[in-house]
Write a protein that binds this ligand. Sequence first.
Ligand code: HEC
Length: 212
Amino acid sequence: MRRSRFMRPVVAGLAVMTLAGCKPLDDGLVAIFGRSMRDSRSFDPYENPRPAPVGSVAFAAGNYPAEDGHVNLGQPEGVAIPYFTQMDLGPQIGVGGPAIQGMMNPTDPTAAASLARGEELYMRFCVVCHGPDGVGANAYIADKHVLLPAYNVSGAQVSAYTDQYLYAMIRVGRGLMPEYGSRISHFDRWHVVNYVRQLQSQAGNAAAGGDE
Ligand code: HEC
């Protein structure tokens, strides 16, 4: 009985505020709860964007399952994929620390489907800074930002890096290069590695291959 007597004016008040439009409703809620959605702390679009959490798979990334008929988990089921960060790229450029070494490439590096998928993703994510042929000077940003094109990925230097190090760089980024782990899934990262290897052989550089 006491409760309904208390609630009735509140409900009536809310109804009045609702009918009177949003702003008074917000103000009313501020009076009651001390805050409203209108004034809550939030990011504006593109203001201080945060990277997606580790292991998340982008909704629109087009990540493919490992095999036909398999559920797309982004990561292979039952296979332990090491956790690592940029710190684990290690002091030795091109090899990487223990967390990175010894990872298996689950794809067939010479399969046409893998290279096609790698090319699709390279053209979507990498070409802007590394160029269609893996030469930084040919990057799409070169015209507008002469000083910004990134390093060659088809040159002798990166050809000498291990597959695992390339995979790791795609996943966690390095220095000025952003991470793509939240946008390119496990298998797709390896497809990109395979495609970068193809760019290197097209440029006449022998690829180092895996670290095992
Ligand atoms: C926004 C620009 C940008 C994009 C996009 C980008 N990179 Fe990079 N990349 C860089 C920069 C800058 C560096 C140099 C990083 C450093 O100084 O450590 C780099 C370095 C690299 C290196 C090592 C080069 C070396 O000589 O050590 C590899 C390999 C690489 N990127 C691969 C990729 C791949 C694969 C993609 C696509 C998934 C990609 N990058 C997308 C900017 C970019």
